[in-house]
Design a protein around this ligand. Structure first.
Ligand SMILES: C[S@@+](CC[C@H](N)C(=O)[O-])C[C@H]1O[C@@H](n2cnc3c(N)ncnc32)[C@H](O)[C@@H]1O
Length: 273
């Protein structure tokens, strides 16, 4: 193990002031965690900064672009019929979902996706959407009652604020939170937790982190979804992702799979004693 002298707070500040992250509302806990994870493996503070920046780039994926939340908020305000199943809300959500690769891929089969999922899990009253991205905007296709407690977690503040504005508009409680779920796993008891299309990236950030997180969640069912193909659509990722899930399956938990188009959902449940 290497020991270098670092001032963690100054390093966090330095990264947050970089052009790429300035004003992004990125959660400092994530940067702190990366610094602490990387510090023992880096021989100088320069190398440490480089390693943290590389990991951060993969987590935040700024190259994927970010919607103009102010503009979207204005559009949301113009909508007259704000019930979740109104055609105006659906078309607004469809547009937003099409802006992120993970949610855009799911657009053609969303209704079927949630039907199949909830058939297996039952209709949840409390959901945790972990590393949610823009996924909460798929709510109009989930068919859930407005009494649902939908807790959504992401590490980008403007994204979280926008999701809360959306929740309020359609009559849901604004339960989106800026929280790094690996650093501070939610303690809320829930019927269902979702980790959609992110576990493979989390494993790159910190190999084996999923096992601890999955074991810690106080949920009846955890649904971990992963893509079955790479972005070009030419290479199968199924076996690799099945291995990821099996390697991280906590003791006393059982596994079921639902394959829906090019996504596989692993349902993880604690075996009742
Ligand atoms: C691929 S995107 C969205 C995936 C989304 N679950 C879906 O299926 O559409 C991943 C999102 O997870 C967020 N994220 C990454 N690591 C996180 C963490 N440790 N805690 C909370 N959010 C995280 C990112 O900011 C990003 O918005």
């Amino acid at each position: 193990m290497i020991t270098i002298d670092i001032d963690v707070d100054s390093l966090i500040k330095r990264i947050l002031e970089m052009k790429k992250y300035r004003g992004s509302g990125l959660n400092p806990d994530t940067i702190r965690d990366l610094i602490l994870q990387e510090a023992p493996h880096q021989a100088s503070s320069k190398k440490l900064l480089k390693a943290v920046k590389r990991k951060l780039h993969n987590i935040v994926a700024p190259y994927l672009g970010e919607p103009d939340y102010e503009k979207l908020r204005d559009e949301l305000k113009q909508i007259k019929n704000t019930t979740p199943d109104s055609p105006e809300i659906r078309s607004f959500c469809e547009r937003v979902l099409s802006e992120h690769a993970s949610t855009s891929e799911r657009l053609p089969y969303m209704e079927d996706f949630y039907n199949q999922l909830f058939q297996q899990t039952g209709i949840p009253h409390t959901i945790l959407d972990l590393a949610c991205g823009l996924h909460p905007l798929a709510l109009p296709w989930m068919g859930l009652p407005l009494s649902v407690q939908y807790h959504a977690y992401d590490i980008i503040q403007p994204r979280v604020d926008f999701i809360n504005d959306f929740f309020k508009t359609i009559g849901l409680a604004p339960l989106a939170e800026n929280r790094d779920i690996l650093v501070n796993p939610p303690e809320i008891k829930a019927d269902l937790a979702l980790i959609f299309k992110e576990a493979h990236r989390m494993e790159k950030r910190q190999p084996g982190c999923s096992r601890g997180l999955w074991a810690e969640l106080d949920v009846k069912t955890l649904a971990v979804s992963l893509p079955t193909q790479d972005l070009s659509g030419t290479h199968s990722l199924l076996e690799q992702h099945r291995t990821l899930v099996l390697d991280n399956l906590p003791e006393d938990h059982r596994l079921e799979e639902i394959a829906i188009e090019n996504e596989i959902v692993f349902l993880i449940r604690k075996v009742q004693a």
